[in-house]
Ligand binder design. Structure first.
Ligand code: ARG
Length: 459
């Protein structure tokens, strides 16, 4: 048990209290951010003459040695320290002696941890963006291949109108595109440096906060020192972004699970992304998709954890905030893994285009088109809707699809029907006519795909 703050205390901390209070078990993963932030602080102290230039170099060298040794495994983080900040400072003092004791001049662990978390989230936003971009590439490749693959589009999980597989996948493309935008917005907003806010009230040393901020790639220092140490909005935004990514992945997973079922058979998952049953030899279960769907709750949980931890905290720093870390780390790890695994699963899926097309041909997905056909013959839409409703009822009785009726059967219901009804209700033409911007017609879809390709090339 080694502490930075023993001076004022007469009793030793009870081991259980120490363990309860300590965060090193989980905040040790911030060592890179912590050391990088400390190096910038040391440089700034030197530039401002708060410590000598020589001392600043000494501090930087010691810190970079520690970083190198942690990266190589030569140095191990031990849990006798309260947190990663204490560990790094103690190790520095152990290595370079008294100069090491000057590192914490004009700084508090409160601005230090706020800085570390911003650096961590900024990096994670970038990593998440990369993973999402890769997923979008996978989805776009599927879209490019399937602009002509007709399948039923659903509302209420009932067959509604014919679409294409490219169009259906394209809907998810848009969701993940928005997710990337949201992460970028979050990344932009959080890119202010809290270093120099001190414990809460700034410091009496002549720090150059702008200089430290620029060394660390921030746009500017944060404005109010109390807000700087007590703001965790960026974590909540980040968790909100991740929650939406998980929501999108979860909906997509649900569809993959349905489509992989024997009832749908729209696709077959690769053996590598399925598992068997210990008792039922025939089973091939979509566990990866189910886990992605299931893990969504963990990420929502993290969001609620931090929202709740923050809601009653008086200014400025309070220890409640230490609770942010495990939630954020777990959510980020979970979400990144889910994107990556889902991506790989999608890249290996075999779509059963014949089953999709057959499914679209049953279930009256062309009923709207049949009504539109009558509108083209001069019948008002509301009347056309009623006539086709009766036609569908007749078809159900006969066990036929609309396109399987004879012309006399059509005409028995409405004399406006002609030979050209067959062309009008053929699935191919039903899809091809949906040409509005954003609609599934292959011609419209090719434009959407070209735009999506350009977007991926540019960002
Ligand atoms: N482990 C702490 C946290 O994660 C670091 C800040 C400690 N500050 C303090 N005043 N005890 O929030």
């Amino acid at each position: 048990m080694a502490q930075l703050w023993g001076g004022r205390f007469t009793k030793k901390t009870d081991q259980e209290v120490f363990d309860f209070n300590a965060s090193i078990r989980f905040d040790q993963r911030l060592y890179r951010e912590d050391i990088t932030g400390s190096m910038a602080h040391a440089d700034m102290l030197g530039k401002q003459g708060i410590i000598s230039g020589e001392e600043a170099v000494h501090l930087r060298e010691g810190l970079s040695q520690i970083l190198a040794d942690l990266e190589s495994g030569a140095l191990e983080i031990t849990e006798e320290y309260e947190d990663i900040h204490s560990f790094v400072e103690a190790e520095l003092i152990r290595r370079i002696g008294d100069t090491g004791k000057k590192l914490h001049t004009g700084r508090s662990r409160n601005d230090q941890v706020a800085l570390d978390m911003r650096l961590y989230v900024r990096r994670e936003c970038g990593a998440m963006d990369e993973a999402l971009k890769h997923l979008l590439e996978t989805l776009l490749a599927i879209m490019e291949e399937h602009t002509e693959t007709v399948m039923p589009g659903f509302t209420h999980l009932q067959k509604a109108q014919p679409v294409t597989l490219a169009h259906h996948i394209g809907a998810y493309f848009e969701m993940f595109r928005r997710d990337r935008q949201r992460l970028r917005d979050t990344g932009k907003r959080l890119n202010e440096c809290p270093l120099g806010a001190g414990a809460l009230a700034g410091t009496t040393y002549p720090l150059d906060r702008g200089y430290a901020a620029s060394l660390l790639g921030f746009d500017r220092p944060t404005r109010n020192s109390m807000d700087s140490v007590s703001d965790r909005d960026y974590l909540i935004e980040f968790l909100g972004d991740l929650s939406l990514i998980m929501l999108h992945l979860s909906r997509f997973s649900e569809e993959i699970i349905l489509w992989n079922s024997d009832e749908y058979r729209f696709l077959e998952l690769d053996d590598g992304f399925s598992t068997g049953s210990s008792i039922m030899p025939q089973k091939k279960n979509p566990d990866i998709a189910e886990l992605v769907r299931g893990k969504t709750g963990r990420v929502y949980g993290a969001l609620i954890t931090v929202l709740t931890a923050m809601k009653g905290i008086p200014l400025a720093y309070d220890k409640d905030m230490q609770e942010d870390k495990e939630a954020v780390f777990d959510a980020a790890d979970t979400c990144r893994d889910c994107i990556t695994l889902f991506d790989a699963m999608m890249a290996s899926v075999a779509f059963r285009t014949d089953v999709m097309e057959k499914s679209a041909a049953r279930g009256f997905t062309n009923a709207t088109d049949a009504a539109d056909y009558l509108v083209g013959k001069g019948i008002p839409f509301r009347d056309a809707h009623r006539i086709i409703g009766q036609l569908v009822l007749y078809c159900i009785g006969q066990g036929k699809a609309i396109g399987e009726l004879s012309l006399p059967e059509f005409r028995a219901l409405c004399p406006a029907f002609d030979e050209d009804i067959y062309e009008a209700v053929s699935l191919k033409s039903c899809v091809e006519k949906r040409l509005t911007c954003g609609a599934p017609a292959p011609a419209a879809m090719k434009q959407s795909i070209a735009e999506a390709r350009q977007y991926l090339n540019e960002s």
